[in-house]
Design a protein around this ligand. Structure first.
Ligand SMILES: Cc1cc2nc3c(=O)[nH]c(=O)nc-3n(C[C@H](O)[C@H](O)[C@H](O)COP(=O)(O)OP(=O)(O)OC[C@H]3O[C@@H](n4cnc5c(N)ncnc54)[C@H](O)[C@@H]3O)c2cc1C
Length: 411
């Protein structure tokens, strides 16, 4: 049996479901197919879903801001009366060991793109988050060098930043797509990308059915390279599924509020979880983004003992009054890292009728609303009130690598 759509999106994670929603909102007949049993079985389900806007490039700052504010107005954005997600605006505190001058320059840069940002002094950090030390002296995690705390000069703070629920947001976008007339099918694995000569004409599913479409968009996350091979698309970018670990531990309420902490001094980030009863800790170092996974269906899901130990030691230094007790758990998921510039590729490939939205590295959750918007604008030629002003070409497959300060999740 063959059905027909204007666009088939392969993958209904946060990226595919955002694309499907925006397309159906623009009146385009879309079918998104996903091999999973339900939403968020890929990278999205493991996401820390932090929304912060400090990026090197003004365009990425605006895309991240778009995502953050979309989540802040999620009911209006999705058109759903009731949503599962929104954003917990706990604020994002950057602990980078930078001079006041550098922090103030970055604050000005963010403000110029419409993002709320402030410079905090060390005493402001203590006042807002009493449990968090304002130390800016790197800590020797081997324990060989004695540590003496030294207050940092300045800290960048994004008061409207925070985190969301990745599975809830994914489900919301699926509901929103369906409510706008789009179709999303689970248990629908693409086994072939159909071609007529040089042109892609649709996809074939494992159950033998086909969907013909004028355009197929690869939003298959860590499986993207398999889809690109099926389509015969020669992608010059190295997009590598990479194992990324996060740790969870209980958070004692009496220690007060925690922001999202981006702590380059200690090589980690942290954020509240489970309505503040837990915290989640992950890594911000490029060294922790090197474990390339050959098969995205088969990798170690539990965190490593040495990773857990190092990140917990770092976290205990940042929160000196935290008692070392309570069960530690964790998970590992996959970033699909674009090794050249840690930014995605989005839009047409060399194959007619075949587009990509791949390689989101550690940024795909917050960028997803804007990616849907830029793709829908490019296809429909229309711009609506709630659309990003950054054109899809910014991530074009034939672009030069984007300049970034660091080639890691902190890009
Ligand atoms: C531990 C971790 C922490 C993160 N933290 C953050 C963060 O704080 N902030 C942030 O912005 N980003 C973060 N990210 C990154 C972000 O989560 C990802 O960039 C994003 O989820 C990618 O979404 P996706 O839809 O491209 O991929 P996925 O969620 O993997 O979706 C791809 C979908 O494609 C489907 N698929 C694959 N092959 C086929 C096929 N042949 N047929 C049909 N369906 C197929 C899969 O089933 C899957 O559901 C984090 C990621 C991880 C792993």
């Amino acid at each position: 049996m063959t059905t027909t759509a204007d666009v088939v999106v392969v993958g209904a994670g946060i990226i595919g479901s955002s694309i499907a929603y925006q397309l159906s909102r623009h009146g385009i007949r879309v079918i998104a197919v996903d091999k999973g049993e339900g939403p968020a079985e890929g990278s999205t389900g493991a996401s820390s879903s932090i929304c912060r806007c400090r990026y090197t490039n003004p365009e990425v700052v605006r895309l991240a801001f778009y995502g953050q504010e979309a989540l802040g107005n999620w009911s209006e954005f999705t058109g759903l009366a009731e949503t599962r997600s929104d954003i917990h605006r706990v604020g994002v505190l950057w602990m980078m060991g930078e001079t006041r001058e550098k922090v103030e320059r970055d604050v000005t840069r963010l403000l110029s793109q419409g993002v709320d940002a402030e410079t905090l002094g060390p005493d402001d950090v203590t006042r807002l988050f009493p449990a968090v030390t304002n130390c800016a002296e790197p800590f020797d995690l081997t324990g060989e060098v004695e540590h003496v705390c030294r207050p940092g000069e300045a800290f960048l703070y994004e008061p409207r930043g925070g985190y969301a629920d990745p599975v809830g947001a994914n489900q919301d976008l699926i509901d929103a797509t369906r409510a706008s007339g789009g179709e999303i099918r689970f248990k629908a694995r693409v086994v072939e990308v159909l071609r007529d000569g040089e042109r892609v004409t649709g996809i074939k599913l494992a159950d033998g059915t086909s969907i013909s479409a004028g355009l197929v968009i690869n939003a298959a996350g860590p499986w993207c390279n398999m889809l690109n091979s099926m389509a015969g698309a020669d992608i010059r970018w190295a997009l590598t599924p990479t194992r990324i670990q996060t740790i969870y531990r209980p958070w004692p309420e009496e220690l007060g509020p925690l922001p999202v902490g981006m702590d380059a001094i200690m090589g980690m980030y942290f954020r509240p979880e489970s309505a503040g009863q837990q915290i989640m800790v992950g890594s911000v170092t490029a060294e922790d983004e090197q474990e390339i996974v050959a098969d995205p269906d088969n990798f170690k899901r539990a965190p490593d003992a040495d990773f857990t130990q190092m990140k917990m030691a770092a976290f205990h230094h940042r929160i000196p009054s935290l008692e070392p007790r309570g069960q530690l758990t964790g998970i590992a998921g996959l970033y699909t890292i674009n090794r050249e510039d840690v930014h995605p590729i989005v839009g047409p490939t060399g194959i007619d009728g075949f587009w990509v939205a791949n390689g989101f590295s550690g940024h795909g959750f917050k960028l997803a609303p804007a990616i849907g918007s830029m793709i829908a604008q490019a296809i429909s030629g229309e711009q609506s009130g709630f659309d990003t002003d950054v054109p899809m070409d910014f991530f074009a497959i034939d672009r030069e690598p984007i300049d970034v300060d660091v080639k890691s999740v902190l890009a």
